[in-house]
Design a protein around this ligand. Structure first.
Ligand SMILES: CC(C)(COP(=O)(O)OP(=O)(O)OC[C@H]1O[C@@H](n2cnc3c(N)ncnc32)[C@H](O)[C@@H]1OP(=O)(O)O)[C@@H](O)C(=O)NCCC(=O)NCCS
Length: 182
């Protein structure tokens, strides 16, 4: 999918191939350095290497029920979105969302376009009817993006995240039913 950013640059949203592993790994590790709104610490991200990233991309290419898309600007991977169907049969009607965009590309509509692409894929999936995730209660920008897509907050896990500096942060559970659940 080809889009244009407010600065006129082209944005491509696509499935990464194994050959994109180095660019994906760079984005993943930069994201971990730039934001503490994601689950992993910078140390955990730096422990990921090229081989692991290749296997990670390959696992999505092989798995028709999981989705991994990257946002690419001028050959650089600047963000990604993932949807992972529940592992067990009782969870096959729902998928867990993950999304991230590099800080210098925030507020250009990339998050919105990644989320749109993920929701469209889920709408076309034969089983997935609910998209869900947990977001840090302090992550106002992400929560606003999700509200724009009519995701609904269902509750909190108090102190659900312990940041590396010891700060405890609540987690907010959010979801959206994208088609009837049979
Ligand atoms: C959340 C994130 C993916 C948004 O990406 P983005 O490319 O900046 O998103 P967009 O530009 O498409 O939209 C941003 C939306 O945030 C909202 N927003 C922008 N600035 C905001 C602010 N200061 N406070 C609250 N909401 C804000 C707006 O509603 C905007 O949408 P709109 O202008 O269309 O109404 C990005 O900030 C990010 O990667 N954050 C770090 C990782 C993260 O938090 N991931 C989610 C974990 S659950």
């Amino acid at each position: 999918m080809l889009h244009f950013l407010p600065n006129g640059k082209q944005l491509v949203i696509r499935r990464p191939q194994v050959a994109d592993a180095a660019a994906c790994l760079k984005c993943f590790q930069q994201l971990a350095e730039e934001t503490d709104f994601l689950l992993y610490t910078p140390q955990e991200a730096w422990a990921f290497d090229l081989k692991k990233e290749e296997n990670f991309i390959q696992s999505y290419l092989k798995h028709p029920d999981h989705l991994f898309l990257v946002a690419e600007v001028e050959g650089e991977v600047v963000g990604s979105v993932s949807l992972n169907q529940g592992n067990f049969a009782k969870q096959h009607h729902r998928a867990m969302l993950g999304i991230g965009v590099l800080h210098s590309y925030w507020n250009m509509g990339i998050g919105r376009r990644l989320l749109t692409a993920a929701v469209r894929w889920a709408e076309a999936h034969p089983k997935i009817a609910i998209i869900h995730f947990e977001v840090l209660a302090t992550n106002e920008r992400a929560i606003q993006l999700y509200r724009n897509f009519n995701f609904v907050e269902h509750g909190r896990i108090p102190n659900g995240i312990r940041q590396p500096d010891g700060r405890l942060v609540d987690l907010v559970a959010m979801s959206k039913q994208i088609k009837p659940v049979h």
